[in-house]
Design a protein around this ligand. Structure first.
Ligand code: NDP
Length: 602
């Protein structure tokens, strides 16, 4: 390994200026409005290609203990943790045709999790499963989701190919009325919302998309009937096709090398290059990770979370590019800046960032033979501005004769789609197939989207209340006026790159709330004072992200260049501290959210 070059003040000033210019080149006046949803006339981009039509079934009007919205890892883990608390009727309602969430939908070629499988796959201790690769392919992860669902008998009451369309609190019975797009109207004593944050595919609002006469789809709805093959490749039907792919985020980076192998010709329409670090995926044996010892997976997962949250750890068990770059990603957490004053910290941080980005740009030069192509693939922004990606196959794909990189930065993306293909900078590219690897709307699914109205006590709409007062929760989970409704997600809660770990802690918490309410025949509902106290905790240590994101190249991290929303959005001291806080609260103060029922639950 080469020693990273430490930049001097002149180099840092030059870099700052270069980053500023690159950002200016990319910012669009329409910001997030540049995208369109995959619905209405574009609804076919969101249709489910993996399940043959929805299964016919009778509509449901019964009563369950807990309705869980979403059958991804958040919903499955909630189901599993509820079962461990002895809850009998858990109904998971899922839009897809099976469990898996993001791993149900994302089956594009090359799909892998880029967080180590031994920390990413939840409940390994409980299921006895040991992943076979350091970074597992998507199908192995999806099958693990199904494994947990089977183990905890979550299929029994599950509803697939079904979307929840409304939640209404019924004061008379003190239950939630849950309505769905399949005509169900059932009741649930509790509702857990586990709808994920990056779920609804988005498309660029490029003029003429509807005119394209070739084949088109979004990466989260891969059309293997058209391409042939599987997520492992072998897309033989593309051999004579001119394929265009728009987008070079974490998805594009994984799909592009596979398309390059199989397509007649591949055009990669890039707007902002990702950082693409070393992957070094490899087969692993159970002994490599200490599997077999009780609690090995929890220990490894906790160790990873400590390191990426800036907490001390005696050793780095995972030892990959996430853990070695952790300081650059989570640097705004107070845990990282405990030592030294802010100025010293930020100067050291900027120097480390510059060294890392210089190293990543040098990697492009090493891997790509054509210097002009290499230049276009280099990222010019700070490391934490965009989600880092990892691949050993991505850059070499551009050394192939059948791959063309088309830089769309100067035109803010593809300018126009025509019947025959796309136009960039006045040049037309004729295509048979156009694939959108353009990502997902952020936080627009579920109860925070406005598309799933939630009416609490007195018919008050959750989002109306929040529009007036700002989001109000206790720990992100519960809100006054909305009894027995538990929200999973990052809002006023915690986050981490290993999001299944966060979800599992949230599931444990949700199940503990339900168990306590059941034991006391009570409702779960925080007081306005509890919400105020939580908001004060969030505001007190809130890191000042704004200066950082304001200087970043646009993307979904900073609302396409507009900066982060005002106000605290997550617990400021990191996930490790948050989990500790929750555990102590459960032990000492959980009863603060229990309210007497007026209608006994039985
Ligand atoms: P992203 O939002 O990260 O990327 C979208 C891409 O589309 C960007 O490169 C964007 O360019 C480009 N784009 C958008 N509009 C246009 C346009 N008009 N013309 C040209 N290019 C355009 O989506 P992904 O699906 O790649 O990733 C989303 C998230 O999903 C990741 O950040 C990650 O959290 C998760 N993920 C995780 C994986 C894992 O292994 N754990 C794997 C894959 C995804 P620009 O950057 O300029 O906006």
């Amino acid at each position: 390994m080469t020693t990273p070059h430490t930049p001097d003040p002149h180099e840092l000033a030059a870099l700052r200026e270069r980053y500023r210019l690159e950002r200016e080149r990319r910012v669009r006046p329409d910001g997030p409005a540049q995208y369109r949803d995959a619905d209405a006339e574009f609804g076919y981009y969101a249709a489910d290609p993996y399940t043959e039509g929805p299964v016919e079934r009778a509509t449901l009007h019964d009563l369950v203990d807990v309705a869980v919205i979403g059958g991804g890892f958040g919903g499955i883990l909630t189901g599993a943790r509820l079962r461990q608390q002895g809850v009998a009727r858990v109904r998971i309602v899922e839009k897809g045709g099976d469990f898996g969430g993001t791993w149900y939908w994302n089956r594009y070629p090359g799909v892998h999790c880029d967080v180590e499988s031994h920390v990413y796959l939840p409940m390994l201790d409980e299921t006895g499963y040991v992943p076979r690769w350091k970074y597992a392919p998507g199908d192995e992860i999806r099958r693990h989701a199904v494994r947990i669902a089977r183990r905890f008998d979550l299929y029994a009451d599950a509803l697939f190919s079904t979307g929840v369309t409304g939640l209404t609190w019924d004061e008379a019975s003190e239950t939630w009325l849950v309505s769905t797009d399949r005509g169900d109207d059932f009741r649930a004593a509790y509702v857990v919302s586990a709808t994920g944050t990056l779920t609804d595919p988005k498309l660029p609002g490029i003029p003429g998309v509807e005119d394209f006469a070739g084949h088109t789809f979004h990466t989260s709805r891969w059309d293997y009937a058209y391409t042939g093959g599987t997520p492992e490749g072998g897309m033989t039907r593309l051999a004579d096709k001119r394929v265009g792919i728009v987008g070079t985020g974490a998805t594009g980076i994984q799909a592009i090398p596979m398309l390059a192998e199989d397509a007649g010709h591949l055009y990669v329409f890039q707007r902002t290059p990702s950082t693409v670090d070393e992957r070094a995926n490899r087969r692993t044996a159970p002994g490599d990770v200490g599997a077999g010892r009780a609690g090995w997976a929890r220990e490894r997962r906790d160790n990873f979370l400590r390191i990426v949250s800036g907490e001390s750890a005696e050793q780095d068990l995972v030892a990959d590019r996430w853990t070695t770059s952790a300081g650059l990603l989570e640097k705004l957490l107070p845990s990282f800046r405990r030592h030294g004053d802010r100025q010293t910290f930020e100067a050291a941080y900027e120097a480390a960032d510059a060294a890392k980005m210089t190293e990543l740009r040098a990697r492009v030069d090493r891997c790509v033979t054509d210097p002009e192509t290499a230049e276009r693939l280099k990222p010019w922004y700070r490391y934490a501005c965009k989600r880092p990606t990892f691949s050993d196959l991505y850059y070499p794909a551009f050394n192939r004769d059948n791959v063309t990189l088309v830089d769309t930065a100067d035109t803010h993306g593809i300018e126009r789609v025509t019947e025959d293909g796309v136009v960039v900078g006045g040049t037309a590219y004729a295509l048979d197939c156009l694939i959108f690897a353009t990502g997902f709307n952020v936080g627009t699914s579920g109860i925070h989207s406005g598309r799933l109205p939630v009416r609490g006590r007195g018919g008050v709409h959750l989002l109306d209340r929040w529009r007036r007062q700002g989001p109000r929760t206790l720990h992100g989970f519960t809100s006054n006026g909305f009894p027995n409704l538990i929200q999973l997600g990052t809002l006023q809660n915690a986050s981490s790159v290993n999001f299944t770990h966060i979800l599992d802690e949230q599931a444990v918490h949700a199940a503990a709330l339900v168990a306590a309410a059941e034991a006391d025949d009570a409702l779960i509902e925080p007081s306005p004072a509890s919400e105020d106290s939580w908001l004060a905790v969030l505001a007190e240590g809130a890191p000042d992200h704004e200066w950082f994101h304001a200087e970043c190249t646009p993307g979904y991290y900073n609302r396409e260049g507009r900066g982060r929303p005002n106000g605290p959005i997550a617990y400021p001291h990191g996930a490790v501290a948050f989990h500790q806080l929750l555990q102590e609260w459960r032990e000492k103060s959980l009863t603060e959210v229990l309210r007497s029922r007026t209608v006994p639950r039985s």
